[in-house]
Write a protein that binds this ligand. Structure first.
Ligand code: XMP
Length: 510
């Protein structure tokens, strides 16, 4: 178990996950808990952060937890709503603000000796985002920082480690925000900064060995980062008692199955490759509706996986590459999310096969999974791969799926992806895809008129896939790729580039 941690009580702010990531960047372990769970705090908790919230403390239904177990007993930092709640709850006053309190502001540190502001500069830029403001502090609270528009920009309580800030230290626009969080978690809470990928690996392997003992574990590999890192951790813990299954659904990228299998075998994993291309493509025949495609693929996957898993006599566990954002999917103000995403479409299987579920990465963010993967010396080709959807190319063919269309799209995709690598653009893009449109257009090739398919290229930048911008790829690159595709891929005579951001568009077209 992690011995020391910071708890973030979540009041539903869009930035809550970011606070957790920033604290973890400081090599301090932290978890996000529902706002009303302060009473569950145990001796490992070194400090508590109260997040922001879309609510106003003046709303009847605003989250109003009991902080008796925390306040005055552990270091406490309220951010935005958290700060307003501390004021309101302990006798101060919060009112709607009458001036703009959104965006950049400059913070004057009025009490330079405040431990929260150690090594920070008065006048630094901070990021504000709130409709309410604190107009009066509770007794024995002192203002420690102000901006032009917000006189109570930061405060602390006398004689205890309770602090409040109206701005958001977790966003990059607050230029010294990480230093502020460090002051809180290291200097005030006394955390050791010992939570590193290496310490995570050592501890996880120990825990897995304790839990699994001599049991056999089955894991579905997808070729992606999460399942690969989960597999390597488990393999280190229990060796060949981990049985991996990697299914070729016929919807992967060109040559992907062979190359990924090869990497897995090089890593020493006990992995069985299953060729189920005909099954998947047969079941998809004639289906145009995106959701029906997903359902069909999910159903086939469960069938194939179950069939293969049953061959592993005596397996007791199903391992999954679930990561932290899947688990919290905002541990919303209504309590922890009950709908935890089931990975690799094996939903329902654990119950059916009487398997227990083990998820060694469920406390990590995606970038942390990559850091752990790097520390485990996993091939960078696997670690730095773009995300790829479970239903694969089926949802990038905007019509019914046929083997011919899959092959055509694989060729286009291959040219695009290899081109991104060749131009050193691959790692600058979050995800890139080629989409086969259900449109034919007229063209000329030599003396002949053609009437052939149109493909769209999509490349986006993002940090988590939740929002995304289209990648501003150089024209020269796009021109080169377009020529290459039209010259090399039979049946394609036109290439377009998708310049939509998410929202309102999505990354995939289906
Ligand atoms: P959208 O299209 O919703 O995609 O902006 C966000 C991210 O999710 C991936 N995606 C999927 N992944 N099964 C998956 O495993 C799916 O059905 C699916 N649909 C979208 C998408 O590739 C992107 O990374």
């Amino acid at each position: 178990m992690v011995t020391e941690k910071i708890i973030i009580l979540d009041f539903g702010s869009q930035y809550t996950q970011l606070i957790a990531r920033r604290v973890r960047e400081l090599n301090v372990y932290c978890e996000i808990w529902p706002f009303n769970s302060a009473n569950k705090i145990d001796s490992g908790v070194k400090g508590v952060i109260l997040s922001g919230s879309p609510s106003s403390v003046r709303d009847i239904n605003a989250p109003k937890p009991d902080l008796t177990a925390v306040k005055g007993k552990l270091p406490l930092l309220g951010i935005c709503y958290g700060a307003q709640y501390l004021s309101h709850y302990f006798g101060g006053e919060v009112a709607p603000s009458d001036s703009r309190e959104y965006g950049r502001a400059s913070l004057d540190i009025t009490v330079p000796s405040s431990r929260l502001f150690g090594s920070m500069n008065s006048g630094m830029q901070v990021w504000m985002s709130h409709g309410d403001t604190i107009v009066r502090l509770p007794e024995k609270y002192t203002i420690t920082g102000s901006t032009h528009d917000v006189s109570i920009g930061a405060f602390e309580a006398e004689g205890e480690d309770t602090f409040g800030i109206q701005f958001h230290p977790e966003v990059y626009h607050t230029t010294e925000g990480l230093q502020l969080l460090k002051n809180f978690v290291v200097d005030i809470c006394g955390c050791q900064q010992s939570w590193t990928p290496e310490s995570f690996i050592a501890e996880t392997i120990r825990n897995l060995q304790d839990t699994l003992q001599d049991d056999k574990v089955v894991l579905g590999l997808s070729g992606g980062v999460d399942s690969s890192v989960a597999a390597v951790l488990l393999h280190k813990a229990i060796g060949n008692k981990l049985h991996c299954i990697f299914v070729d659904n016929g919807l992967l990228r060109k040559n992907e199955f062979a190359s990924v299998m090869n990497s897995y075998q090089h890593m020493g994993l006990n992995v069985r490759g299953v060729d189920a291309r005909d099954m998947f493509l047969g079941a998809l025949s004639g289906i145009e509706d995106p959701e029906q495609k997903r359902k069909s693929i999910g159903k086939q996957f469960i069938e194939v996986f179950e069939h293969e898993a049953r061959k592993i006599q005596g397996a007791k566990w199903l391992a999954q590459g679930t990561i932290y954002p899947d688990v919290i999917e905002s541990v919303s103000v209504n309590g922890p999310s009950v709908t935890i995403k089931s990975h690799h479409n094996v939903g329902g299987l654990p119950e059916k096969m009487n398997l227990m579920v083990i998820e060694p990465l469920k406390l990590l963010f995606k970038d942390e999974v990559r850091r752990v993967g790097k520390a485990l010396a996993i091939d960078p080709v696997i670690l730095n791969r773009h995300p790829f959807p479970g239903p694969g190319l089926a949802i990038r063919i905007i019509s019914d799926v046929t083997p011919e269309k899959v092959s055509m799209l694989q060729e286009v995709d291959d040219i695009f992806i290899k081109g991104l690598m060749e131009y050193e653009l691959y790692d600058k893009v979050w995800q890139a895809a080629a989409i086969l449109l259900p449109v034919r257009s007229v063209g000329v090739m030599g003396d002949e008129r053609t009437y052939e398919s149109v493909v769209a290229l999509r490349a986006v930048t993002s940090t988590d896939g939740m929002t995304a911008d289209w990648a501003h790829l150089p024209y020269e690159f796009l021109g080169h790729i377009s020529n290459r595709i039209i010259n090399k891929v039979k049946g394609v005579n036109r290439v377009v580039f998708d310049i939509s951001s998410k929202p309102p568009a999505t990354i995939e077209w289906e």
